[in-house]
Design a protein around this ligand. Structure first.
Ligand SMILES: Cc1ncc(COP(=O)(O)O)c(C=O)c1O
Length: 437
């Protein structure tokens, strides 16, 4: 097949309007720095770090060289009852940047697997410490924890859930924290909504703490459209979970690796969970990989008892040598270039730029923190999501990649973004918003 003349029929695209896409494809052929090159030769400014992945920008040679060296040296080695040095080295490096105490690492291949792994660790831990009645899991409305049955069950995005009514039993959801009437156009974290964490007390009263294993939330909900934690909310969740012996899991698949400043949101917002999941930015998106950071105390509870396999869980590719090599090279770049500081250094410029869109037609909220932002539009009378999709498409044909969820446009550029590129992104987004009025 001629590479320029693709047959688009056979790839069933994930989370995509396949027929719409195939009628007018948006194909990307290469990438460098802040730009993709589309199949028609256009340079597309990457406003989304790919899919919240490429925090160090595209085409980083240190990563591609590490990957090609590693695949030639040791393409694969099992990590079940065998080992090779790289995941040990990577775990040690990650433990150095982890929030306090979260220094045990379990490797996966994606954010979905990280979420399911974290939930399983939580359940197995409660059993291991003699709290086997703690089987209930609590997620949050509008949460996204990937597409495995565990993550799906605790997630709260209705379109992801409605076709799959067969989910994990014993799951509850906290209310989401999006409150446009009270918090629209807030700068930084919103003032109102800390009390939404108190809903956890209500669930404890309803079920009994002795039946609840864990709560999982994204510190900042990305996929549902950049929903920020109200001031004091994460602290409140931490207090309530600690008081009742419930584990707190942060899903940092999007917020990890510098997106909101510091390595993790846990550090930026000063709240340490018991378990933390990540993926995406771990390898700068170059090779699929995820990881679960686990508090030492939880890990050590598994290491009691008779000798033998302590946790019956793992993936063929947990700690894959090539993924580890990519992650190590990525960490080198983040640390050498000080990229975890970027989202703090650029935060006010970024936030001012996005907030300049206030007053454009149909803009009903703007939310920005670190180097992530969401611009929410009022739905058009054609239905929810139509206006957002039009803006997304227009941006693409005007050489800017953004994300769309419903009528919210989300941006999360690589952390190497420059101020002129921020100006260009916001200018193109403004044009598309005006056009969709
Ligand atoms: C917070 C969160 N968790 C989990 C996932 C799932 O990750 P993956 O698509 O790698 O399975 C995502 C993906 O966007 C995410 O944003």
């Amino acid at each position: 097949m001629n590479r320029k003349n693709h047959n688009l029929d056979d790839f069933w695209m994930p989370f995509t309007a396949n027929r719409q896409f195939k009628a007018r494809p948006r194909l990307l052929e290469s990438a460098e720095g802040m730009y993709f090159t589309a199949s028609d030769g256009r340079q597309i400014l990457d406003g989304t770090a790919g899919l919240w992945c490429c925090n160090a920008g595209h085409g980083r040679r240190e990563i591609s060289e590490a990957v090609s060296r590693q695949v030639a040296r040791l393409d694969f080695a099992p990590t079940f009852q065998m080992g090779h040095p790289l995941p040990f080295e990577l775990a040690e490096r990650l433990a150095e940047i982890a929030p306090e105490g979260l220094n045990k690492l379990f490797f996966t291949n994606s954010g979905s697997e990280s979420a399911d792994t974290a939930l399983k660790i939580a359940l197995a831990y409660q059993r291991a410490i003699g709290q086997g009645t703690r089987t209930r899991l609590i997620g949050r409305e509008l949460g996204y924890h990937g597409v495995g049955f565990g993550g799906l069950s605790v997630g709260g995005m209705v379109n992801n859930r409605r076709a799959f009514p067969l989910q994990l039993p014993g799951v509850d959801h906290l209310p989401h924290t999006l409150d446009i009437p009270r918090n629209a156009f807030s700068r930084g974290l919103p003032e109102f909504g800390v009390e939404k964490a108190d809903e956890l007390e209500r669930l404890v009263t309803l079920h009994g703490a002795e039946n609840i294993a864990a709560v999982i939330v994204e510190p900042m909900a990305g996929s549902a459209g950049v929903i920020l934690p109200p001031k004091g909310y994460l602290q409140r969740l931490r207090e309530i979970t600690a008081k009742h012996g419930i584990l707190l899991i942060f899903d940092e698949v999007i917020t990890g690796f510098g997106r909101v400043g510091e390595a993790f949101a846990a550090q930026r917002w000063g709240v340490t969970p018991d378990i933390l999941t990540c993926a995406k930015g771990l390898t700068n998106g170059a090779i699929p990989m995820g990881a679960v950071f686990v508090d030492e105390r939880i890990h050590d509870a598994f290491m009691q008892g008779p000798d033998g396999i302590e946790f019956f869980h793992g993936y063929t590719y947990s700690g894959h040598p090539v993924a580890c090599a990519a992650a190590l090279a990525t960490l080198d770049i983040y640390q050498r270039d000080g990229l975890f500081r970027q989202a703090i250094d650029l935060e006010s410029y970024w936030s001012d730029a996005l907030h300049s869109l206030k007053g454009l037609p149909n803009v009903i909220d703007i939310r920005a923190v670190g180097l992530v932002g969401g611009v929410q539009l009022a739905p058009s009378d054609k239905g929810i999501g139509k206006r957002g999709y039009q803006v997304f498409e227009d941006c693409f044909w005007n050489d800017l990649m953004v994300r769309v969820t419903g009528d919210t446009l989300a941006m999360s550029p690589p952390l190497i973004v420059e101020k002129v590129q921020i100006d260009s992104m916001v200018g193109k987004l403004a044009d598309a918003i005006r056009k969709a009025a």
